[in-house]
Design a protein around this ligand. Structure first.
Ligand SMILES: Nc1ncnc2c1ncn2[C@@H]1O[C@H](COP(=O)(O)OP(=O)(O)OP(=O)(O)O)[C@@H](O)[C@H]1O
Ligand SMILES: [Mg+2]
Length: 364
C-alpha cells in the first residue's frame, strides 16, 4: 500500500502527526459534524463512540503508513468495534447515511491537519496522497462491516415485529373469539339440560347462546377485515380512514387528515410500516385513553413525513407505563425507517405520539 517514490520518512512523519495531533484532528472533526448538524454529536453516547472510532481509524492508518507489521497487531479489535458501532447506531436510531457523512468529515479533518503539519515539499505531496488512500481504505472497510451489522440488526427487528403481529392475532383469536364460542357451547349444553324441567331457564340459555355466537361472528369478521387492512395498499389515507371506522367506537369522535402527496412515500414497505405504527397508536388510544376524540394527522413533503396520533384521554406518565410491546414496536418500526418517534403524554390531558420519517433520495 506504501507508494513507491514517497520517502518513508515522510510517511512516518504523517503517521506521527495522526497519532500525536489526535486532539486537534478530533476538534476539527467535531466542528465539521456540528456545522452539518449531524445527530451523532448530539448525544453523549454517540459522541463517545465517535472519539473511539476516530482514534481507532487514525491508529489503523498510521500503522498502514508504517508498514505491514504494525498493521497486523491492531486488526482484531477493530473488527469488533465496527460491529458494535453498527448495532448501536441502529438501536440509537441513527440512519446509516449519517455514519457515512461523518466518516467523510473525519477524513477531511485528518487530511487538513496532516497537510498543515508536513514540511512543504514535492515528496510530502505524494505522502498526503498516500495518507488519503490509507484513510479511504480503512474507512470503507469499517463502513462495510458496520453496515452488515446494522442491516442484520434491523432485519432481526423486522422479523420480531412480524412475530409480534402473529402473536397478537393468535391472542385475539384465543381470548375473544374462542371465549365467545365456548360460552355459546356451554349455554347450549345447559339449554339441553333445562329444556324438559325448566323451559324458561332453557329459553334464557338459548338466547345467550345466540347472542354470543353473533358476537363471535362479528369478532371474526372484524378480525378478518383488520387482517386484510394490515397494509396500506390502497393508500395511507384510505387505510387510516378504514382503521378508524373499524376500531374506534361510535361514541368517540375521530378523524384523519393526510396532507401532501402520498406518492413521495415509496416504496410500499415504508407506507405499510408507517401505517402499522399509526395503527398501534390508534389502538392504544382506543384501549387505554378513554378519549372523547382521536385524530390522526399525516403531513408529507418531498423529503420527510410527519405523522401524529393524538387523543384527549387520560394520558400517562411516560416511562412509568405498563410494559406492553406496542410502544416498543412503534419505536422500532420508526427506527427501521431511519426516523424517530416522540411521545408527549400528560396525565388527565391526553397523549400525542409524533413520528418523523426522513425520505432519503433512494426512496423518492
Ligand atoms: N394513548 C394512551 N393513553 C393512555 N395510556 C396509554 C396510551 N398509550 C399507551 N398507554 C399506556 O402505555 C402502556 C404501554 O402501551 P403499549 O402499547 O406498549 O402496551 P399495551 O397496549 O398495554 O399492550 P400491547 O400493545 O402489547 O397489546 C399501556 O398499557 C398504557 O398504560
Ligand atoms: Mg398497545
Amino acid at each position: 500500500m506504501i507508494e513507491r517514490g514517497v520517502l518513508p520518512s515522510h510517511l512516518g512523519m504523517a503517521a506521527t502527526i495522526l497519532e500525536t495531533r489526535f486532539e486537534e484532528i478530533f476538534a476539527a472533526y467535531e466542528a465539521r459534524l456540528l456545522a452539518m448538524e449531524s445527530p451523532l454529536v448530539a448525544e453523549v453516547e454517540t459522541r463517545k463512540q465517535l472519539r473511539v472510532q476516530a482514534r481507532s481509524i487514525l491508529k489503523d492508518v498510521a500503522a498502514t503508513l508504517r508498514g505491514p507489521e504494525a498493521l497486523s497487531s491492531i486488526q482484531q479489535s477493530e473488527d469488533q468495534l465496527s460491529e458494535t458501532i453498527g448495532v448501536s447506531r441502529a438501536r440509537g436510531n441513527v440512519h446509516a447515511s449519517e455514519s457515512l457523512r461523518a466518516v467523510v468529515a473525519l477524513s477531511a479533518a485528518a487530511l487538513s491537519v496532516v497537510i498543515d503539519n508536513l514540511p512543504p515539499s514535492s515528496t510530502s505531496r505524494s505522502a498526503v496522497a498516500t495518507v488519503a488512500l490509507a484513510l479511504q481504505e480503512s474507512i470503507m472497510d469499517r463502513v462495510m462491516r458496520a453496515g452488515i451489522a446494522y442491516s442484520s440488526y434491523l432485519l432481526k427487528k423486522v422479523h420480531e415485529s412480524h412475530a409480534d403481529e402473529r402473536r397478537r392475532i393468535s391472542r385475539e383469536l384465543h381470548d375473544r373469539v374462542a371465549h365467545s364460542i365456548m360460552v355459546a357451547f356451554r349455554s347450549l349444553e345447559l339449554y339441553e339440560l333445562y329444556s324438559d324441567k325448566d323451559p324458561s331457564k332453557a329459553q334464557a340459555r338459548l338466547k345467550l347462546a345466540k347472542s354470543t355466537i353473533q358476537e363471535a361472528l362479528d369478532l371474526t369478521r372484524s378480525l378478518s377485515r383488520e387482517l386484510r387492512s394490515a397494509s396500506a395498499e390502497e393508500g395511507l389515507e384510505v387505510a387510516l380512514a378504514e382503521l378508524l371506522s373499524i376500531s374506534v367506537p361510535q361514541k368517540v369522535r375521530s378523524w384523519v387528515s393526510v396532507r401532501g402527496d402520498e406518492a413521495h412515500i415509496a416504496p410500499q414497505v415504508v407506507r405499510d410500516e408507517l401505517f402499522l405504527t399509526l395503527r398501534e397508536g390508534v389502538r392504544n388510544a382506543v384501549t387505554h385513553s378513554g378519549a372523547k376524540t382521536i385524530k390522526v394527522e399525516v403531513d408529507i413533503t418531498e423529503n420527510r413525513v410527519k405523522a401524529a396520533v393524538e387523543d384527549d384521554g387520560r394520558g400517562f406518565e411516560p416511562g412509568e407505563e405498563a410494559g406492553g410491546t406496542g410502544l416498543t414496536s412503534m419505536k422500532e418500526r420508526t427506527a427501521l425507517l431511519g426516523g424517530n418517534l416522540s411521545l408527549v403524554s400528560v396525565p388527565g390531558e391526553g397523549t400525542r405520539v409524533e413520528i418523523f420519517l426522513p425520505l432519503p433520495r433512494s426512496q423518492r
